[in-house]
Design a protein around this ligand. Structure first.
Ligand code: URC
Length: 301
């Protein structure tokens, strides 16, 4: 029997970076939360406490902020690829890097019908995300990009049913052909390669997800997710697979009959927990190998 070091990675989590572009009086802002993690042979650091292979997490943090100034931010996917390659190049013991970026949306404040040059209000249609994994360097280097959207809170007030489900002695749920369907969607999709128009593709996929949620007559959240994923893969050959995590945000019709009041689908109690959690992926059967694309925290997978 031997006790050995298992998979590990280390980096700086959640550098919250705001980049202001002030070339003209009409400023642009970007609000990113960037996490870096390096993996490779860091056994000396873990076993002997020897730091000679370790590029400090503090240096990783400094690099994120410096690159935002020196190179600019651009599409979050490009920023993440640049950082990942840089960290692997700087750290001989590293054989891979993972960069995760969330971009908080800001919109210009409207003043008398004109959007303001340098005042913004936070919010938008979800938070754009990317997770980039780079393995190796030089000719052997490979890169995987998984982009997505989270906190996309959606609701339809009809056009959703749930019936015909399996029942046992503990089933009390009533069948319904008209309910509220609501979720706070997380969708992440894996790109084939890195030759992608990141911004246009993101906008197109987000629009498709919204359209499909609205247009599909839902027989269950599962069926809605599959329809959304199918539409994305059909339109975007550059997407290999898409994964969804969707809490079913239950809305319960309030019984107003004790007060002699009818309630035909008008007043609901929006419960925050427990919630159904529906998770699904939609994939191409000829998609490329996943490689490290979905690599996460080794301690927990
Ligand atoms: O869309 C749904 N899917 C389920 O699996 C489920 N289960 C449940 O109780 N309500 C719902 N709704």
């Amino acid at each position: 029997m031997a006790i050995v070091l298992g998979p590990n990675q280390y980096g700086k989590a959640q550098n919250h970076l705001v980049r202001v572009y002030r070339g003209t009086s009409r400023h642009e802002i970007r609000d990113l939360t960037v996490s870096s993690a390096l993996r490779g042979d860091f056994s000396a650091a873990h076993i002997d406490g020897d730091q000679q292979d370790v590029l400090p997490t503090d240096t990783q943090k400094n690099t994120v902020f410096s690159f935002a100034k020196e190179k600019g931010v651009g599409a979050i996917e490009d920023f993440a690829l640049t950082l990942a390659d840089h960290f692997v190049a700087q750290t001989p013991a590293a054989d891979g890097a993972r960069i995760e970026i969330d971009e908080m949306p800001w919109q210009r404040i409207d003043v008398d019908g004109r959007d303001h040059d340098h005042s913004f209000v936070q919010g938008g249609l979800g938070t754009r995300t990317t997770v980039v994994n780079v393995d190796g360097r030089g000719p052997d280097r490979t890169a995987h990009v998984v982009s997505g959207i989270k906190d996309l809170t959606l609701l339809k007030s009809t056009g959703s049913e749930f019936r015909g489900f399996l029942k046992d002695r503990y089933t009390t749920l009533e069948e319904t052909d008209d309910r509220i369907l609501a979720t706070s969607l997380v969708a992440r999709w894996r790109y084939e390669g890195t030759d992608v128009g990141w911004d246009e593709t993101f906008e197109s996929i987000r629009s498709l997800l919204l359209e499909q949620f609205a247009e599909i007559h839902s027989r269950a959240l599962q069926q809605t997710l599959y329809g959304m994923g199918h539409a994305v893969l059909e339109k975007h050959p550059e997407v290999a697979e898409i994964k969804f995590s969707a809490p079913n945000k239950h809305h319960f019709l309030v019984d107003l009959s004790p007060f002699g009041v009818d309630n035909p689908g008008e007043v609901f109690y929006a419960a925050d927990r427990p919630y159904g959690l529906i998770e699904a992926s939609v994939v191409r059967d000829d998609a490329s190998e996943r490689g490290s694309a979905w690599h996460a925290v080794p301690a927990w997978v």
